[in-house]
Ligand binder design. Structure first.
Ligand code: ATP
Ligand code: MG
Length: 261
């Protein structure tokens, strides 16, 4: 369970570039909740993920993960418990290393000398074939040669090979073509459901936000303006989201990156 209690964050305080992103922001995410997040540009979605991951420390408030206070834990230490994917497929893998070397590192089997054995390779192959991206025959190929979709699928597998306490997906399919994005979303859904992961997924595709997960949040200006789960979420349509966003934020959802279908 993730408990964010009353966090505040102001960037560049006291300067002309001062920007208050969060003021007394709280959010609780229960175990195995798969939360989709949509919101206006600059709403604070990525900043929320940065706060959770420890990219910076919040000015006040506390963050608990499975009951443990991680508010002042380093980003490096948090990364052992929190998996994260970004929009850019180039992040998250080491391009000069092979698929199996990347996987070995992710699985904690890497080191100065390779400790991979035949069983590891068989396990990796089996897991890779589940992705349906043809990666199982490319174990010894450098990751730099893979397509964006293959890399995101691999990054997802690396982030979940030891199931994390929390998985943060920040528009991880936004840079992919529509068919590949759909495939990677399906893989995402399969993995999150199979391992009962607690997951937050930011997307600018409203239909994906409705189709995936069991809870939906809409964010604007550092606040959650709408929050629904279960049956209430299931019954929502895109037109409802547009109305609810206007109700919660007092303005229309900006549409430069938001995809309506
Ligand atoms: N390190 C930083 N220094 C200064 N301002 C920042 C910093 N990080 C984020 N911000 C500001 O915080 C606000 C929220 O940004 P954030 O990237 O979280 O938005 P977002 O909801 O992820 O938007 P998008 O949909 O465009 O990805 C923006 O105004 C941004 O400029
Ligand atoms: Mg963002």
């Amino acid at each position: 369970m993730l408990e964010i209690k009353n966090i505040s964050k102001t960037f560049n305080p006291g300067t002309i570039n001062e920007k208050k992103v969060f003021s007394d922001f709280s959010l609780t995410v229960k175990d195995s909740e798969f939360v989709t997040i949509i919101g206006a540009n600059g709403a604070g979605k990525s900043t929320l993920f940065n706060a959770i991951s420890g990219t910076f420390f919040t000015d006040s408030g506390t963050i608990l993960l499975d009951g443990k206070n991680i508010t002042l834990m380093s980003e490096y230490k948090r990364s052992r418990r929190i998996g994260r994917l970004f929009q850019d497929p180039m992040l998250g893998t080491a391009p000069g290393m092979t698929i199996e070397e990347n996987l070995a590192l992710a699985a904690g089997r890497g080191g100065w000398f390779s400790t991979l054995n035949r069983q590891d390779r068989e396990r990796f192959k089996e897991k890779l074939s589940e992705l349906g991206m043809g990666l199982e025959d490319k174990l010894t190929k450098p990751v730099g040669l893979l397509s964006g979709g293959q890399r995101q699928a691999l990054t997802l597998m690396m982030a979940t090979i030891n199931p994390p306490d929390l998985l943060l997906l920040d528009e991880h399919t936004a840079a992919l073509d529509p068919a590949t994005a759909e495939k990677v979303l399906k893989i995402t859904n399969d993995i999150v459901t199979k391992y009962n992961l607690t997951c937050l997924m930011v997307t600018h595709n409203m239909q994906s936000a409705l189709d995936f997960g069991n809870r939906i949040l809409m964010m604007d200006d550092g606040k959650v303006v709408f929050d629904a789960c279960g049956e209430e979420k299931k019954n929502l349509k895109i037109s409802d989201l547009l109305v609810l966003f206007r109700k919660g934020s007092g303005k229309a959802l900006n549409t430069d990156r938001i995809l309506l279908s």
